[in-house]
Design a binder for this molecule. Structure first.
Ligand SMILES: Cc1cc2nc3c(=O)[nH]c(=O)nc-3n(C[C@H](O)[C@H](O)[C@H](O)COP(=O)(O)O)c2cc1C
Length: 208
């Protein structure tokens, strides 16, 4: 059975605008893809491993072409579990609001945990980076308090460019964004923009 991994990076649960749009995407997606399993990883509830010195040293060992052994291997158990869960998916849905012009810290920590040499990327003999997460699609659903769609405001958006960069680095190039904005500049505008995003989410789920 194929699997879409839904990575949630907002603690607002039922109050979340982002998750409202994601729910519309998933409702249509599951209707159209009955053979797919949806697994949720709620980063706001997950106790992610911290990057202690042993865990970071393990990363440098891998970067130096060594295998993990002994205390490094033990320290990396939880990291490997997260990597395995990430790599077990055939597609990804990321639900993340914009926080301070970028992504919430829980999503950044998750990326610091899973983006590891040998597992998600490697360097070739010529020194080029090779992403190892191939043939996977991704949808990112996000909402923002403000509106970053004008060329001037886009310069402040460190969320979409960052997510495209980091997931592109590990090999995921097919990334589609659904952006609900502005969410915090008046109730009327918020309702309108959420409705627009719901329609887009449904459309995308049909073609996905
Ligand atoms: C800690 C925090 C930081 C935020 N930073 C920004 C920001 O930089 N730019 C912005 O437009 N909105 C910002 N917002 C507003 C949220 O992006 C907006 O309310 C969004 O719709 C929340 O999504 P959610 O309901 O799915 O949690 C911030 C909200 C919080 C809680």
């Amino acid at each position: 059975m194929k699997k879409i991994l839904h990575i949630v990076a907002t603690p607002r649960a039922a109050g979340s605008r982002t998750l409202q749009v994601s729910a519309a995407f998933l409702a249509e997606f599951t209707k159209r893809h009955p053979g797919w399993d949806v697994e949720e990883l709620d980063l706001s509830k997950e106790k992610l491993p911290g990057l202690t010195v042993k865990r970071v040293d393990g990363k440098y060992a891998l970067l130096g072409g060594k295998e993990l052994s002994g205390e490094f291997k033990a320290a990396w158990e939880e990291i490997i579990q997260h990597i395995n869960k990430f790599l077990s998916a055939d597609a990804y849905l990321i639900s993340t609001p914009m926080w301070n012009f970028s992504i919430p810290y829980m999503l950044k920590q998750y990326l610091d945990v899973i983006v590891q040499p040998k597992y998600l990327f490697q360097y070739t003999k010529t020194g080029a980076v090779e992403g190892l997460v191939i043939n996977r699609k991704m949808v990112v659903i996000t909402s923002r308090g403000g509106d970053y769609s004008s060329p001037e405001a886009r310069k402040l958006d460190h969320q979409e460019p960052y997510l495209r960069t980091i997931f592109g680095f590990v090999g995921i190039k097919d990334i589609q964004f659904i952006i609900a904005q502005p969410m915090d500049m008046g109730e009327q505008l918020q309702k309108e923009k959420i409705l627009e995003a719901l329609v887009k989410a449904k459309e995308l789920a049909k073609q996905f």
